[in-house]
Write a protein that binds this ligand. Structure first.
Ligand SMILES: C=C(O[C@H]1C=CC=C(C(=O)O)[C@@H]1O)C(=O)O
Length: 483
């Protein structure tokens, strides 16, 4: 819904102007006989979204945070103004309907030209279409935060945007809403909340115990069984994960872990999604699922792993071996082929290189093929995600048989592990990543996840070592002495 209301919060910043604007919004809501989402974006001095989140962090409050340091991009939002959840195979469409309906009753004002302005729909889809009733996150959930802070760029060109969202109906208390927004605005404008505000580096690491569900033996047996099923033709590839349970002597500090992760894994998506009931799902994922920006789609095929070397020579040897490995090339090619196959019905002209490159992280390196396409008119991010998820980087080939195999072989619910998390803005731009290298945090407890793709020729001990390397990232972030 476009706004004919004249408010320019950047040049007309006063409580009286804000109140006047909100009263106009309320009149519109009364006329339309439905509550409206009002979203006000305003540029503010540089802020670090993670520091802001850490400052106001309440385990009982919903939040979403994602940052990709190499892209100089970070966004955080907290407290739900509007939320929706769904389950089943139609979950993607149902989330899209919720977004469409919300935007049809929205008044969006302020610095709209700036990146990451306007309301963002923070969204998460679990790995499977359905989750158990006792699981902490629904199989599809989306919320619009009460406040949102985003930053993009570096140095002189860095821009920071604060967004306040509220729902106004005929009976809303506009004066109270106005006061709340004004106070938040003063806070965002007046506080020095750069990364230095985190002061997390000195915190003492907690003492913890760590135990794997079923022990390593379970995973070794699982991989062996999967290889037999592959040889028997039941599927061509399956991604099998391990889970470890961690118990700490003191409550874990997810913000501190995230600060460590974003410093160490600059090319990954450091992320946190809190459900408002004390649990949060955090991680540093190397894998983009979908980016939609200005009508262009970006996705990628990421699979096949090897360690990083301790010297440049050793690193180069590992890299060359990975690039030459038939097993890893096959494992990654299956992901690329699936992307092509699943997106073909949408009429996209995909562009990608014939030969994969490398994505090099601090602990592991992967085969990587970026994929780009122009999005045909009417095709939206969730249309793409509903077809892509789960890719064979986290599920398998054929998809249905591999997912049934995962359910039968793994000894824990995946929940958001290997799910799709991200945001969609009011213009249809979107960024989703895959919930890898992750942990579910609950007070002093955490469950950590790591998986690996299994194809013909996979060796159980090698897959065990690969997943141990993947676990190491989160283990170090949660309880090691130095990030
Ligand atoms: C399933 C995971 O990683 C995927 C992404 C990159 C490389 C992978 C691999 O080499 O097996 C996996 O497909 C995980 O980290 O839990």
């Amino acid at each position: 819904m476009s706004s004919s209301l004249s408010v320019d919060p950047a040049s007309n910043q006063s409580p009286a102007a804000l109140l006047g604007f909100l009263k106009q919004c309320q009149t519109s809501a009364a006329r339309l006989k439905r509550p409206l989402l009002v979203s006000i974006s305003l540029e503010v001095p540089a802020l670090d979204p993670l520091a802001v989140l850490a400052t106001i962090y309440e385990p009982g409050e919903r939040h979403f945070y994602v940052e990709r340091p190499t892209e100089n991009l970070a966004i955080a939002g907290a407290e739900a103004v509007l939320e929706f959840s769904a389950s089943g195979p139609e979950r993607f469409e149902r989330v899209q309907d919720f977004i469409d309906q919300t935007l049809a009753s929205a008044i969006i004002v302020g610095d709209q030209g700036l990146p990451l302005s306007g309301p963002h729909f923070f969204t998460a889809f679990s790995f499977f279409n359905d989750v158990g009733a006792s699981e902490p996150f629904a199989s599809a959930s989306v919320f619009v935060p009460r406040w949102q802070v985003a930053t993009r760029g570096t140095g002189e060109s860095r821009r920071t945007l604060a967004v306040a969202n509220l729902q106004l109906g005929e009976d809303s208390d506009v004066e109270a809403a106005c006061e709340k927004i004004w106070r938040a605005h003063q806070r965002f404008s007046g506080f020095a909340l750069g990364a230095e505000a985190l002061k997390l580096d000195d915190a003492q690491p907690p003492r913890v115990t760590l135990s794997e569900l079923g022990g390593e033996a379970h995973y070794v047996a699982a991989v062996r069984r999967a290889v037999e099923q592959i040889e028997a033709g039941e599927f061509e590839k399956i991604v099998l994960a391990r889970a470890k349970d961690l118990v700490s002597e003191v409550p874990l500090h997810p913000m501190q872990a995230l600060h460590g992760l974003r410093q160490r894994f600059r090319e990954c998506y450091a992320f946190s999604l809190a459900n408002g009931q004390g649990q949060s799902f955090i991680g540093a994922s190397p894998e983009r699922l979908v980016r939609v920006h200005g009508g262009m789609l970006q996705t990628e095929a990421l699979a096949g792993s090897s360690p990083r070397g301790t010297t440049e020579e050793e690193d180069a040897v590992f890299a060359a071996a990975l690039l030459r490995s038939d097993k890893d090339r096959h494992e990654q090619r299956l992901v690329l082929d699936a992307i092509v196959r699943h997106l073909a019905p949408l009429g996209l002209q995909l562009e990608f290189d014939a030969v994969p490159g490398l994505r090099r992280l601090d602990n592991v390196q992967h085969l990587h093929t970026p994929v780009r396409a122009a999005l045909p008119v009417g095709v939206r991010a969730l249309d793409v995600i509903s077809r892509l998820h789960p890719t064979p980087a986290v599920g398998g080939v054929p998809r249905v048989a591999a997912c049934a195999g995962i359910r039968a072989i793994e000894n824990f619910p995946r929940g958001l592990y290997a799910g799709a998390l991200g945001w969609i803005d009011s213009r249809g731009n979107a960024e989703f990543f895959v919930g890898l290298r992750s942990a579910l945090i609950d007070g002093a407890k955490a469950r950590l996840y790591a998986g690996a793709g299994i194809v013909a020729g996979s060796q159980p001990e090698q897959e065990l070592a690969e997943t141990a390397l993947k676990f190491e990232a989160m283990e170090r972030a949660l309880f090691a002495t130095k990030a």
